[in-house]
Design a protein around this ligand. Sequence first.
Ligand code: COA
Length: 332
Amino acid sequence: MKAKLSQPTAVITGSGFFVPGLPVTNSALPSTLDTSDDWIKQRTGISQRYIAPKKVLTADLAVIAATRALQKARLDAHDVDLIIVATSTPDNAFPSTAMLVRQTIGSTAPAFDLAAACSGFVYALSVGSQFIISGTYEHVLIIGAEKMSSFIDWHDRRTAVLFGDGAGAVVLQKQSSAYPAFSRLEAEHAEPELLHAPPKGPITMQGSEVFKFGVRTLTQAIRETLQQLRLQLKDIALIIPHQANIRIIQSASERLEIPMDKFFANIHQYGNTSAASIPIALAEAVEQKRIHPGDLVMMVGFGAGLSWGVSVMQMSYNALTLVHEAKDSALS
Ligand code: COA
């Protein structure tokens, strides 16, 4: 890893996630879908997903994930300088989901939503970290939250089996002498029909085209980021890709000759939760001790637009130590 710089940068000091209700297995999906557990598992890697009850809002999911992330960072809502919620399934046109979160957790910070589909969390990390690097803010709360179930056509087996609900959050904090936070945002021209949802859904998608885009961009993002930052694979503790299809991750792993255990994958449990998928995966990786204090993590998002982005950030030593200590003491 390159030498640490003394210039302030943004690090992740807390993470948390939440999924609603009980898991819905492939076999428990509505009978309106002419599908099977075998097909879904083999073609996507998904075994189950979580579907929120109708009355549960995207903001409700976001609040719980955010509260957990703040607890891990040992901060309370008053410490937060800015809240960004990455979502494509906001509860209202306005006020934003971020404003609902702000009110519920009791924050006085400015708050706004960011819509960039499944790339939303990586885009939000980039925006949030710029505020820290510029010296404007010290503590930024970034949330990815989605209620994808409200956008699903339960008669369309090509899309309905793929998605799930949930939220993940991280706290970004200013730190000197950490690895400089890196982000790269990209967008490509594409017909909107490739992956599309009108304001109230349903989602429609040309699956195989989107699949190819996912493999191409995930591969390109990892290869070019390592080159650009002059990092070796061993410098990155874990690659956390957007969880869209396990075969997209496997294809990138084969093309790059990077072993699958360098990637974090939890799509089998949650399906594709769009902007929430990377922060859910990150928070779960912390819980599973796949990420250790001081580690560098690479996150890659890709989705509708078409859009994609990559972020490399360092995990804070102190906050992760706290997480690990709490887990250890709970086990002893
Ligand atoms: N159950 C059973 N059969 C299904 C099915 C389902 N849930 N969904 C599609 N099929 C059928 C199709 O109707 C088609 O049948 P046909 O040959 O008789 O017409 C056949 O399976 C193959 O369809 P195809 O779309 O070519 O399958 P695929 O191998 O490309 O897998 C996806 C479909 C959607 C799983 C895959 O394309 C994918 O994951 N794409 C990317 C999705 C994504 O990442 N979206 C979000 C990006 S952020």
